[in-house]
Write a protein that binds this ligand. Structure first.
Ligand code: NAP
Length: 261
């Protein structure tokens, strides 16, 4: 078992690939001990952890489907035991579905979209707040570490664009994440926890191919004022800033990382 870490402990959900992996890698370089959660792709997460360790960083890979409450509880318990008190959460795991108009969306699609992208984020935020909150008493549900911390939710520019003819369901799920960010930030402000969101635009990751649109970034880049897609690392830099003490007066912020789109 990995010894309890004396580095600040960060959990990145969906951390094995894409924006989550870039965030985990950058965080490890900045001295975080990183728990890399993944759902299915163990080899990507294990390789990332091996790379981080080879560079002298601390990381562990933990499998859990964030849409499953029992698995979320196991995930956070594993972080407690293997790394120690959680100080930062990046609620990054998310999915899209193939392009469809709302009139063609079936219940199974909608349930998957909202279970992972909304309920999963709520469950992880809940577990993080239970561990990070500095206020004692009946409000302190968790292990009572109470050191405070920061949460960054990975929303999307889709929440304000609406994504017509592609995935209004995804856009609406990210809209829920924006609202959750605003409400939770205000709710836990006196618990020593800051809560913010990044809203990436068109970012070069596998998520577009997973939704059946592998060329989506290239096809839409002319609609971006900066005339290009963004990289996962560019989003990771914004996330790491929001987690850091440099953002100590920033909470309930929705930070667009979208090239102006
Ligand atoms: P990605 O490359 O497809 O990676 C998605 C990650 O989420 C993977 O690590 C995946 O795990 C994980 N995941 C999916 N379902 C999960 C579940 N039920 N439980 C735990 N982990 C799960 O996507 P990405 O582009 O990096 O996206 C990351 C976040 O950024 C998402 O929230 C996405 O909505 C948001 N975003 C992306 C863009 C963009 O253009 N790329 C734009 C705006 C917002 P496995 O590796 O095990 O499959």
């Amino acid at each position: 078992m990995t010894p309890i870490s004396d580095h600040p402990v960060l959990l990145v959900t969906g951390g094995g690939r894409g924006i989550g992996a870039a965030t985990a890698r950058l965080a490890a370089q900045r001295g975080y001990a990183v728990a890399v959660n993944y759902a299915h792709n163990a080899s990507a997460a294990e390789q990332l952890v091996a790379d981080i360790r080879a560079d002298g960083g601390q990381a562990i890979a933990l499998q859990a489907d964030i849409a499953d409450e029992a698995q979320v509880l196991r995930l956070f318990a594993a972080v407690d035991i293997q790394l120690g008190p959680l100080q930062a959460l990046v609620n990054n795991a998310g999915v899209v579905a193939p392009p469809a108009r709302v009139e063609a969306m079936d219940l199974a699609r909608l349930q998957r979209m909202f279970n992972i992208n909304v309920i999963g984020c709520f469950l992880c935020a809940r577990e993080a707040v239970r561990r990070m909150g500095t206020r004692q008493g009946e409000r302190n549900f968790g292990a009572g570490y109470g050191r405070g911390g920061a949460i960054v939710n990975v929303s999307s520019a889709a929440s304000r664009l609406g994504s017509p003819d592609q995935y209004v369901d995804y856009a609406a799920a990210k809209g829920a994440i924006d609202s959750m960010t605003l409400g939770l930030a205000k709710e836990v402000a006196l618990d020593g926890i800051r809560v913010n969101a990044v809203r990436p635009g068109l970012i070069e990751t596998d998520i577009h191919a997973s939704g059946g649109l592998p060329d989506r970034v290239r096809d839409l880049s002319s609609s971006v004022p900066l005339q290009r897609g963004g990289s996962a690392l560019e989003v990771a830099h914004a996330i790491l800033w929001l987690l850091s003490a440099e953002a100590s007066y920033t909470t309930a912020a929705l930070l667009d990382v979208s090239g102006g789109r």
